[in-house]
Design a protein around this ligand. Structure first.
Ligand SMILES: [Zn+2]
Length: 483
């Protein structure tokens, strides 16, 4: 197993939560509706029905591209991708082929190993040295398909989801472990939620993952496996890929096959599917064979992947430009106008919490992971004095105060907790008297000049009072008694 390195690229589908579908006026909110009640001639693919692109969906796809540091193309277009499947009424899907909205981005994440170590992350807030950069190949827009369900021998198709706007995010094959994939998907999920363009709910299928998985041998430099010069010598498994750079004196050569696992709707399933594939592919490679390039499904019950069909090449889809939709032309100003609608993204917010509020980077990460929590945090700050930001953060993270409270009540409770407690003065006086009378030697020494014993008395009284006393007041009272 150790002689192989995992190579994974990701395709992530995100359903946008626009009001209407991608090319018609039907509602895009199909979840839980009576089957086939949310359709029209356009999304049922009736002959002669004309698609009209959804402007908001285009802007949101571009926003996702911008949030992932992509270049936004001034010129892009929709294409028809042909394949025959019962959930696709037109027998083609309107997608984007060679001119997508966004290309060539990257997402930087703190490496998974670092994230679990709060101490190290705290010392590397401004320029973390162990952050990893994952390249984004492209971000494009397409329409979702209908949904098949199987009951006994029957297959049923529901077209309510047909033509719901779907953004596809494609990464380069930059992942070599599942922890990084998890960290990447979490950050991507957070970004999508911050952009407020999708529910990104994995259980309901509004965010779906398709890992492209292969295994690679790592050759020492002397083994006669140089990197291909001027680009790959063989078919690279990913269109437009550049081979990863040589690392640690080892040369890397991308494998000449990839296995795609379709429509996984939870990170844990993705992890299990990848781990299963690593074992399955290693066994094939060990025999000196190459795994078949194919698309596989994941069986959640048996925890195995299974062959669905051999992987199509782009040419099998007979892509051609969608003749019913003119190309999309965007000026630089229009692109910048879309960018200006993006408010603070998670990375910026984390940095601001560290700088402005002196939070530990790990705490800032915890607060910012869920946009609702970070919004709650800021609403509480509006009701609290400056300088208490760390207290608010601690109270939220350690669940000292319930976040079910209104931000105002949360702030009140926190202020209450920070106040020194009202002390029963009679009780305090009697506790002081009893501590002094039960430590006569120490009292004698104190009176003889060992004034350092004051701390001893304060400590004893504090212990009796279970911490419910103001140390400064205690000091004053004890000094009075002993003088
Ligand atoms: Zn429709």
């Amino acid at each position: 197993m150790n002689k192989y390195t995992l190579v994974v690229g990701l395709e992530i589908h995100v359903e946008l939560k626009t009001k209407s579908k991608m090319f018609c006026q039907c509602s895009a909110d199909y979840f839980g509706k009576e089957p086939n009640t949310n359709t029209c001639p356009v999304c049922l693919g009736m002959p002669g029905a004309l698609p009209v692109p959804n402007r908001t969906a285009i802007e949101w796809a571009i926003k996702i591209g911008q949030a992932l540091n992509c270049k936004i193309n001034n010129h892009s277009k929709f294409d028809r991708k042909h394949y025959f499947y019962p959930d696709l009424p037109k027998a083609y899907q309107i997608s984007q082929y060679d001119e997508p909205f966004a290309v060539g981005g990257e997402l930087v994440i703190a490496s998974a190993a670092k994230q679990s170590n709060s101490k190290e992350i705290a010392t590397s807030t401004t320029s973390p040295r162990n952050d990893k950069t994952f390249r984004i190949t492209r971000v494009h827009l397409e329409e979702d398909t209908g949904k098949l369900t199987h009951e006994g021998d029957d297959s049923l198709v529901d077209f309510n989801r047909s033509s719901v706007p779907l953004v596809e995010i494609v990464t380069e094959p930059d992942f070599d472990n599942v922890e990084d994939i998890k960290a990447f998907l979490e950050e991507l999920h957070t970004i999508i939620k911050y952009l407020d363009v999708s529910d990104a709910n994995m259980e309901e299928g509004s965010m779906r993952i398709e890992p492209n998985i292969s295994l690679m041998l790592v050759h020492p430099p002397s083994s006669g496996h140089p990197l291909p010069e001027g680009g790959p010598a063989h078919d690279l498994p990913f269109k437009g890929s550049t081979p990863p750079k040589a690392e640690g004196g080892m040369l890397r050569e991308l494998p000449h096959y990839k296995v795609e696992v379709k429509n996984i709707n939870s990170f844990n399933f993705a992890k299990k599917a990848i781990e299963y594939e690593m074992i399955r592919q290693a066994a094939i490679l060990d025999k000196g064979e190459t795994p078949t390039q194919e698309t596989r499904g994941y069986n959640e019950d048996k925890k195995i992947t299974y062959s669905q069909r051999s992987k199509e090449d782009a040419k099998d889809y007979r892509y051609f430009p969608e003749p019913d939709i003119p190309p999309i032309e965007l000026t630089d100003k229009e692109i910048e106008d879309i960018r200006s609608t993006i408010s603070e993204l998670p990375a910026e917010r984390r940095a601001r919490y560290v700088q402005e509020y002196n939070l530990k980077a790990s705490d800032a990460a915890l607060l910012c992971r869920d946009i609702e929590i970070s919004q709650y945090f800021e609403k509480v700050l509006a009701h609290i004095d400056k300088g208490f930001e760390v207290n608010v953060s601690n109270a939220i993270i350690n669940k000292k105060i319930s976040t079910d409270l209104s931000p105002e009540d949360f702030a009140k409770q926190l202020t209450e907790m920070a106040k020194p407690k009202e002390v029963d003065e009679d009780k305090l006086a009697s506790v002081i008297a009893s501590v002094l009378s039960s430590n006569p030697k120490q009292v004698e020494s104190y009176k003889a000049g060992k004034t350092g014993l004051l701390q001893f008395f304060i400590g004893q009284v504090m212990k009796e009072m279970k911490g419910q006393a103001d140390p400064q007041m205690l000091q004053k009272l004890i000094e009075e008694k002993l003088s």
